[in-house]
Design a binder for this molecule. Structure first.
Ligand SMILES: CC(C)(COP(=O)(O)OP(=O)(O)OC[C@H]1O[C@@H](n2cnc3c(N)ncnc32)[C@H](O)[C@@H]1OP(=O)(O)O)[C@@H](O)C(=O)NCCC(=O)NCCS
Length: 245
C-alpha cells in the first residue's frame, strides 16, 4: 500500500517532504516553504525581471510583505501535509486521498555541500477565471469552483510560477511543471482542467506551458490593471483528455 504522501520523498535529516526534478536538473528539488525564506524571496520579488510578469507582489517588496507571504504559503502547505498524515491513520488501507494543492512548491537548488538555495515557486490553486470577461459571472464561477470537493474532475485549477533570473532559459520551469503535473497534480489532486493566465508578451512563460501540453487560446482583456498598468493576458489551457500525459 502506498503511503498517503506518495510520491513525495522524505529528507532523512530534516523529515521534510520533497520531489526531485529528473536529470539534468536532479540538483533541483521542490519543497514546502520554510520559515527563513523571507530574505531570498525579498531579493527576487524586487527584481523587475520577475515581478513585472506576475500580479501579486507589491513594489517595493518589503520584509513585512515577505513575512506575511511565507506565513500564508507555509500555512497552506502545512495544512495539506497535515491532512495527508491524518489520512494515513484514517485510511490505513487506502485509497490515496485527493488534496487541492501542491504542498511542495518552492524550487531549491541543492549545492555540493548539501545546503540548498530558494530559486523559484510553482503552485496550483483554484482558478480565478480571469478569462471570463463579465465580473459577476467570473465571481459566480470562482465561488462554484471553490465549493467543489478536492478530487472533483470539474474543478478548474490555475498555475502560477516564477524562477530566479539567474536560472532562466535552462528548461528548469518546464521540467518543474511537468513533474508537478505527472507526479502530483494528476494522481494526487485529480486535475482534469488547468489554466494559466500570462501577461501579453510573456513568450517564455507561454512556451513553458505549451511544452507541457497546454493549448494557447490567445489574448483576452478583462480590464485588469496591475501596479497602475493595464494588462492584456493570454489564456493557456490543459485538459486531461487532450494531451500527451
Ligand atoms: C517564465 C519563467 C518561469 C520560465 O522559466 P524558465 O525555466 O526560464 O523556462 P524554460 O527554460 O523551461 O523555457 C523557456 C522557453 O521559452 C523560450 N523563450 C524565453 N524567452 C523567449 C523569447 N523572448 N522569445 C522566444 N522564446 C523565448 C525559451 O527558448 C524556452 O523555450 P524552448 O525550450 O522551446 O527554447 C521564467 O522566465 C520567469 O520566472 N519569468 C518571470 C516570472 C514569470 O513570468 N512567471 C510566469 C508568470 S505567468
Amino acid at each position: 500500500m502506498k503511503h498517503q504522501l506518495h510520491p513525495l520523498e522524505i529528507n532523512p535529516k530534516t523529515g521534510e517532504p520533497f520531489l526531485r526534478l529528473a536529470a539534468p536538473h536532479q540538483n533541483i528539488i521542490l519543497t514546502p516553504p520554510r520559515q527563513g525564506d523571507q530574505s531570498v524571496l525579498i531579493q527576487h520579488m524586487n527584481d523587475p525581471a520577475i515581478y513585472e510578469w506576475i500580479e501579486g507582489p507589491p513594489t517595493p517588496y518589503l520584509p513585512e510583505h515577505a513575512d506575511f507571504w511565507i506565513q500564508f504559503v507555509k500555512g497552506e502547505s502545512d495544512a495539506t501535509l497535515e491532512y495527508l498524515r491524518k489520512s494515513a491513520k484514517d485510511f490505513p488501507n487506502g485509497p490515496l486521498q485527493f488534496v487541492d494543492a501542491n504542498p511542495v512548491r518552492y524550487l531549491r537548488e541543492v549545492k555540493e555541500n548539501g545546503a540548498d538555495v530558494l530559486i523559484g515557486d510553482v503552485n496550483f490553486r483554484r482558478s480565478p477565471f480571469e478569462e471570463v470577461l463579465d465580473e459577476g459571472e467570473r465571481k459566480r464561477l470562482q465561488e462554484d469552483n471553490a465549493r467543489k470537493q478536492a478530487g472533483d474532475p470539474t474543478i478548474q485549477y490555475a498555475v502560477g510560477d516564477w524562477l530566479a533570473a539567474s536560472h532562466h532559459g535552462r528548461g528548469i520551469m518546464t521540467a518543474a511543471i511537468g513533474l508537478l503535473m505527472t507526479a502530483w497534480g494528476i494522481p494526487r489532486m485529480g486535475v482534469h482542467h488547468v489554466v494559466a493566465h500570462t501577461f501579453a508578451g510573456n513568450i517564455g512563460s507561454n512556451r513553458v506551458f505549451e511544452k507541457n501540453g497546454f493549448v494557447n487560446r490567445g489574448l483576452f482583456d478583462n480590464g485588469k490593471t496591475v501596479r497602475g498598468e493595464k494588462k492584456v493576458m493570454t489564456l493557456l489551457e490543459w485538459t486531461k483528455n487532450e494531451t500527451h500525459y
